[in-house]
Design a binder for this molecule. Sequence first.
Ligand code: HAM
Length: 425
Amino acid sequence: MIRAIRGTRDLLPPDTDLWNRVEAKVRNVFARYNFHEIRTPVFEDTSLFARGVGEETDIVTKEMFTWEDKGRAASEKSHSLTLRPENTAGVVRAYIEHGLDKQGKLQKLYYIGPQFRRERPQKGRYRQFYQIGAEVIGPPSAGSESPARDAEVLEMLATLLDELGLRGWTLQLNSVGCAADRARYNQALREALKPVVHLMCEDCQRRAETNPLRVLDCKVPEDQPIIEKLPKISAYLDDACRKNFAQVRAMLDAVGILYTINERMVRGLDYYTRTTFEFTHGDLGAQGAVLGGGRYDGLSESLDGPKAPGIGFAIGEDRLILALQAEGVVAAESLDAYIAPLGAGMNSHALKLARELRRAGVRCDLGDESFRLKKSFEAAGKSGAHYIVILGENEVQSNEFAVKNLSAGTQESIARDELANYLRR
Ligand code: HAM
């Protein structure tokens, strides 16, 4: 038997009902904040991610699905392509490629779609997973650099999670400063690590050389006491970054959004500047981040684009669904009625009735004239319908239908022109 590849999975009903409800709510909230959808390709030039996400990140060094795409003609060069591990680099590429900066306004773009990372699969961590993300990007003259953008994005996320009915979330906030701050902080980390790094895990020993900031991501328990004593990023922010972070926090305070400052949260992608954040959820265990994001003020320039400060986030949709389910949220769409044609020649009458009802907004399903009454009831039960409508010769003649409430067991006779109102719940 051929099975789905490890780390990928099939999403089936009734779970897909919840996925769809989440996506419908997300689109509704995004529209109220003036976000518009962007769809970028699922694969891109490998160098987009190497340069965008960062050569030293786990994503680029270990987790990308990359292949050489051979030219079709012998004269064509082959090309290194990669399944997108995230969507921000693709959005910024599209922003540059289509000259969106020339519109002189903020671009508020959102996306919903699959991403791919070759991580070790476990609950909440898949090799094909889904992100719901958004980016606010534009020329500085459009206000793209303002801390007001950060606060608005965070406020939108809090509203979105509230409207989805998710309760147990916490906002973790940090500032990783600008490139110069991080260079100074990296240097301080390097020095602080020198005398202790030999006591740490292999990954940390490598990171201490290549990208000391990544040491803060380490989850190895024995390394934690060492990491706790390392210098903190807040001491290395310059005045402008410090002021910027204070303004973001003041706006969150003003609208009553609670957060905790987590100075260890440096995020796994290299493009971040200033505000970074994650929303975590207690029921997710080791894979606790429902979403993550932050500001990326130099990303466009690093991809040869114009100056285009931006901020965005991506929700891990798989994890969001797990968190909602852990809180008991279900969204099986229930069926109003099952129409049971009884006897030869009744299928076309049943189809006609179903057509009227469906056009009137009733959710209904259709049986078959070959079913005996008992089998129709069994099929109606399996369909999850609230009512069964029996349709035989007499009903067609009289235009009155026997309607049985399948859970209460009660039965009534309803006239055809009142049927839709009666069944629709
Ligand atoms: P990220 O933190 O790498 O950020 O991913 C965002 C979210 O995607 C995570 O918080 C998690 O919920 C989900 N996620 C990541 N990897 C997996 C996986 N293997 N399985 C299931 N869920 C996963 C980004 O991707 C940035 N592009 C976010 C961003 C947008 N920053 C600025 N704009």
